[in-house]
Design a protein around this ligand. Structure first.
Ligand code: SF4
Ligand code: SF4
Length: 477
């Protein structure tokens, strides 16, 4: 099956229950933001900018758990900020699992290996040695890490940890291959760390997912290569969503980078162009969502926004109307459902009810619409069932060439900002043209080089870049 039967059945059961009860509005996924602090400063991230005055605040553990109970969504996506910075993240994950919900930990991947080392220390016994050896062989932990795990003390053994169980997924933020991803997250080395974390997670038996936002500068060929590469790592599931110019990110783009939002974000028309092969991707890779939403992204139909089905809870309360746009915060989920004038938002038959919604086709607004039957067309339910309960696509075969195409930036020894600058200087190239040109050049170079994957693996345990974004800012402006 494309996704584990128990998970798909849990979500389908939740929808059927509410349909039978004729519940007008209900939650399918809770976006829980226990904090907004983050170790990165990604371009396009509204969170760290919109909540910049409250980055040190956190939602107490009990309130997080109450929010999950209150909206009763079968799935909770713990995001942020970087949720692995949350001091009680282990207790939060385990608390939500104890409520019988599916947990996605949406992370930028930088602290994942640390959390998995904590897990190994907590469960260490001689049987763990086989896994330690594999992790050492693959360069995913150091000798010192292995020794610390072996010598774990009473405190390490008693520590609450995040364990690999079927109801929990690491959901790693990956916005493209190395060059694009590091450019978007504004730091070199992050892609490499994400890949190392995913490989370690797979060895330890965790379920892994990735989430990708596609921007104007992301080339379609690259999205396909990214899915091939992630599939070769046996990542279990992917979400993909178009990046559009929502308020908080748009303001930052103009103020900090001196760049116009239309140079970076996708309009509706551009989204449809980029996602025209969405259904083909979904046939080949384990993309989460409904067939109906995929048709919507590909420009084959309209949907009405159902943002209330993926509510967001954070330090200020229940955020309305949606994950991206803020017109207010409410104390309770039901209060938010009652008070918000939902009919003021979204795009209906191509006409934006609110101008800020005009270019939005994001999954948190429209993916539930595909499952809930808004704009229903005959055969939709069957299509969605067939997709979600259908056969699982086979992993894409790993190869040195694919590995080399994935690591097309700093790891090939040039530092990815320098060649990007050179590409920009090529006569007549726009920013998008330069990115495309650079990507095509990299693919050609990697095919010619056919370098072994081992060369890249050696540096997996190295630290990430300095965080200095001046080169990148210069490039973008
Ligand atoms: S990792 Fe996530 S929360 Fe942090 S800056 Fe990037 S997008 Fe924002
Ligand atoms: S269309 Fe829906 S999800 Fe998108 S910005 Fe508007 S309210 Fe939010």
């Amino acid at each position: 099956m494309r996704f584990p039967l128990a998970l798909s059945a849990k979500i389908a059961g939740h929808i059927i229950k509410h349909k039978l009860r004729k519940t007008p509005k209900f939650a399918m996924v809770l976006q829980l933001e226990p904090l907004h602090t983050c170790n990165l400063t990604c371009t396009g991230c509204g969170r760290i900018r919109e909540y910049s005055t409250s980055l040190k605040d956190i939602v107490p553990l009990e309130k997080c758990l109450q929010a999950a109970t209150e909206c009763d969504a079968p799935m909770v996506s713990i995001c942020g900020g970087e949720p692995l910075i949350y001091p009680k993240i282990e207790e939060l994950v385990n608390g939500i699992l104890a409520q019988g919900r599916i947990v996605y930990v949406c992370t930028n991947g930088m602290f994942m290996r640390k959390k998995m080392k904590d897990y190994l220390a907590a469960i260490y016994s001689p049987e763990v040695e086989t896994k330690l050896k594999k992790l050492l062989d693959e360069g995913l932990i150091s000798d010192q890490d292995a020794d610390t795990i072996r010598k774990s003390d009473e405190a390490a053994r008693k520590k609450t940890v995040i364990r690999p169980i079927r109801w929990m997924y690491w959901n790693v933020h990956v916005d493209g291959l190395e060059y694009t991803h590091d450019l978007i997250v504004e730091r070199e080395g992050v892609f490499k760390e994400c890949v190392a974390a995913i490989r370690m997670a797979k060895i330890l038996g965790y379920q892994t997912a990735t989430n990708t936002t596609v921007y104007k500068e992301t080339h379609v060929q690259e999205i396909e290569d990214m899915f091939r590469f992630l599939s070769s790592l046996e990542v279990d599931a992917h979400t993909i969503s178009p990046g559009y110019e929502y308020d908080a990110a748009k303001k930052d783009m103009v103020k900090r980078l001196g760049k116009q939002p239309e140079d970076f974000f996708l309009t509706r028309k551009m989204t449809r162009e980029k996602f025209k092969d969405m259904e083909k991707w979904a046939d080949r890779f384990t993309i989460i969502g409904t067939r109906v939403y995929q048709e919507f992204l590909a420009g084959k139909r309209e949907l009405t926004c159902t943002a209330w089905a993926i509510p967001t809870y954070n330090i200020k309360g229940w955020k309305a109307p949606c994950y991206l746009m803020t017109d207010g915060h409410y104390n309770g989920y039901q209060e938010m459902l009652r008070e918000v004038k939902w009919e003021k938002y979204g795009v209906v038959d191509g006409v934006a009810r609110d101008p800020r919604c005009e270019n939005c086709m994001v999954h948190c607004g429209y993916d539930p619409s595909g499952a809930l039957g808004t704009n229903y067309q005959p055969g939709d339910n069957w299509k969605n069932l067939k997709y979600n309960f259908g056969a699982r696509p086979r992993p894409y075969p790993a190869s040195p060439q694919l590995f080399q195409r994935a690591f097309n930036g700093v790891s090939v020894g040039k530092g990815h900002l320098a060649p990007a600058k050179a590409a920009l200087k090529t006569a007549g190239l726009t920013q998008e043209g330069a990115d495309t040109e650079f990507y095509v050049q990299q693919m050609k170079a990697s095919a010619a080089a056919g370098a072994s994957s081992g060369a890249n693996r050696r540096s997996n345990s190295e630290g990430c870049g300095t965080g200095d974004t001046s080169q990148r800012d210069e490039l973008l402006t």
